[in-house]
Design a protein around this ligand. Structure first.
Ligand code: FAD
Ligand code: UDP
Length: 380
């Protein structure tokens, strides 16, 4: 008789962590620091999940799974990660190409004045937008959010086309939270994020993950895909950070995730390709945006490396798609997950949440606090 496939040797671990991205790596480190022996497996040949970075053939640091900019208001989260990295101060700026010209996005005073040939002050911009807003209350969809804040014309120029490309859906088919990620400003602040902490890991994300996972109680195996029917050693907990529907063999059907195809390019004779880290293309081209990594990393070189993002229905699951019917399906999987007391589901794919990196770190730290509190209660 064929024995079941085994990804593990006979050694017993206290926890098996599936996935070496932010969710899995933070959990592994927290539990290891508390004395647990932890095995981390990841299907990919590297650690870091989607935040993995590496050098391209020209030697420049790039993000193979798309641009990752760290930003948070969570001092505790920033301090936690600071154990594993130094930081480079970096405030991300984005321009959007509309009718052949580049404008700041989020929409601000400069955007309005340049686009409409005006010279408004802050109060003038506020009045300009107030006259164009269409009240859609309560704001249920992303279309409601955009119309409520900037009205029809700016919605068509900056949001509807980008959203259609990115999600394959109309703004009106997406939950309010998607477009609500992008604020509208009446002043000249042209930063993409306004969080208290905006930094890039000085030596890159992968180096930060290496330090996080470098612990005598942690063993990491990459290139290993976890399946529920694998023979596993006895362990207290499984921390699962992959897609929740995959864990349950899609028993209720597939949860929709949006994917991307990344087209990386090195331009050996171009010192600077574009004026900001990212340029968005809401209405032109099949890609949504181009990011030039030198802006993010601060590296200097005679050439430059860029990435174009082409959204796609097929491929690795990158984005949960926030809309009510998907949330309802996720809740059914979550109910199954809750029946498994020894398996914890955490992270962007396992919780089906449009989480930024800092939110994943927060969710992982909260989970480990709960696990370790429970352990202390039992041993008290
Ligand atoms: P992941 O990073 O997806 O890690 C999950 C890991 O589990 C993967 O490595 C996968 O290989 C592994 N896995 C899954 N199933 C299995 C299995 N069965 N067996 C073994 N391994 C398995 N956030 C920001 O804060 N700022 C940004 O600028 C930003 N930009 C982004 C840009 C893009 C294009 C994308 C897609 C996301 C971006 N994010 C950004 C979000 C950020 O990537 C996530 O919040 C974070 O990386 C999620 O971490 P995670 O550990 O939950 O999941
Ligand atoms: N968005 C848009 N136009 C833009 C930028 C963003 O319509 O120029 C909308 C779009 O729906 C996008 C969402 O806002 O998916 C969130 O944008 P964000 O830049 O936060 O996306 P991410 O970096 O997560 O891909």
């Amino acid at each position: 008789m064929m024995s079941k496939p085994s990804i593990l040797d006979a050694r017993a671990f206290d926890a098996l962590v599936v996935g070496a991205g932010f969710a899995g790596s933070v959990c592994a480190r927290e539990l290891a620091d508390a004395g647990w022996r932890v095995l981390v497996v990841d299907a990919r040949p590297h650690i870091g999940g989607n935040a993995f970075d590496t050098r391209d053939a020209a030697g420049l640091l790039i993000h193979p799974y798309g641009p990752h900019i760290f930003h948070t208001n969570g001092k505790r989260i920033f301090e936690y990660l600071s154990r594993f990295t130094h930081w480079r101060f970096y405030e991300h700026r984005v321009l959007a190409q509309v009718d052949g010209a580049l404008y700041p996005i989020p929409i601000n005073r400069t955007t309005i004045n340049r686009l409409y040939g005006l010279n408004l002050d802050e109060a003038g911009v506020e009045a300009f937008l107030a006259a164009r807003r269409t009240q859609r209350l309560p704001a249920r969809t992303s279309e409601d959010v955009v119309l409520n804040s900037v009205g029809h014309d700016l919605c068509e120029k900056f949001f509807r086309g980008y959203t259609r490309k990115q999600w394959g859906l109309d703004l009106s088919e997406l939950a309010a939270g998607v477009a609500a990620r992008i604020p509208t400003r009446c002043n000249d602040d042209d930063r993409y994020f306004t969080d208290d902490f905006q930094f890039m890991p000085a030596e890159g994300y992968t180096r930060m993950f290496e330090r996080m996972l470098d612990h005598p109680n942690i063993e990491v195996r990459t290139g290993v895909r976890f399946q529920r029917d694998h023979t596993l050693p006895p362990r207290r907990k499984t921390i699962y950070t992959g897609p929740i529907d995959a864990y349950f063999d899609y028993c209720y059907g597939k949860l929709p995730y949006r994917s991307l195809r990344f087209e990386h390019e090195h331009l050996p004779d171009v010192e600077t390709f574009q004026p900001t880290g990212t340029v968005n293309y809401p209405n032109d081209h099949a890609y949504t945006r181009i990011t030039e990594f030198k802006h993010l990393t601060g590296e200097r070189a005679p050439g430059t490396s860029i990435v174009r993002e082409y959204p796609s229905a097929e491929g690795d699951p990158f984005y949960p798609i926030p809309r009510p019917e998907n949330e309802a399906l996720y809740q059914r999987y979550k109910a199954l997950a809750e029946q498994l007391p020894d398996v914890c589901f955490v992270g962007r794919l396992a919780q089906y949440r449009y989480y930024n990196m800092d939110q994943v770190v927060g969710a992982a730290l909260a989970l480990c606090n709960r696990l370790l509190d429970r352990q202390r209660e039992h041993t008290a």
